[in-house]
Design a protein around this ligand. Sequence first.
Ligand SMILES: [Zn+2]
Length: 266
Amino acid sequence: MNTVPTKSEDKKNASSRKISQGSQISNLRRALKNLEKLKGCSRSSEVCLETKDQNTFRTEALTPKCCIANLSTMLIEIAQLFSRYEIPYWLDGGSLLGIVREGGLLAWDRDIDFGFHAQDEHRIFEALSSEGKPHRSPQGDIGFVLQSGLFYVPNWGRDYGDRPAQIPRIYYSATNHLYADIYPYYRTLPGKFGIGRIGSFTFDIKEENILNLEYLKWRGKKILTPSDPESFLSQRFGDDWMTPDPNFYQKYPPHSDELKAKLNVL
Ligand SMILES: [Zn+2]
């Protein structure tokens, strides 16, 4: 009985072992990828494609749960950051709408909105640049990576209408580009404030709403909002702000004329 393999059989076995190891490794890679997909995006990964890809605004109204969870984390981190430096800020736009109306971010939202008084901009820059490490992203964003991992870009470039909009933006991390836009408010009309730098001054808001701020408790944390947030939301979104519109992004795709008109930036 000859159990010793011939040289050619030996080679054959070795190469089939190699093939099976190779396919095991690629199976393992595939399994890891699936696992990552199940876990969703994180600070050390890129943001989910569904959130980044503007085409999905038209086809898939809902944002992946991981992105909503990470946006929620970021909302609290930024609120705490501003509080730590005693910089007045307030939750704004869709983030405020979601939290006041539904107790959490809107399931189809893709960013966080904050407002601040434009005159405080240098305070934000001084505070965040002093604790951050200078960084330029491959996409060309220039800013500071903070201790928490947040990536602060003092002069981010464009709005949903694809127009120049130099406003501060904070990314979830230098890698994960979920973001919060920090909108500067200026005095517009007597007794009114509006957002600057995103086209014409928009959403003229009564001064009493943002000269006085109030705290809202969310997930056990104190977040500043305009005073009388319900009246602020009426001024910002119209009197029907209590009625959800989950098809917002399908009706108003990014960069479309409909969205520009809706955002009042034409
Ligand atoms: Zn995600």
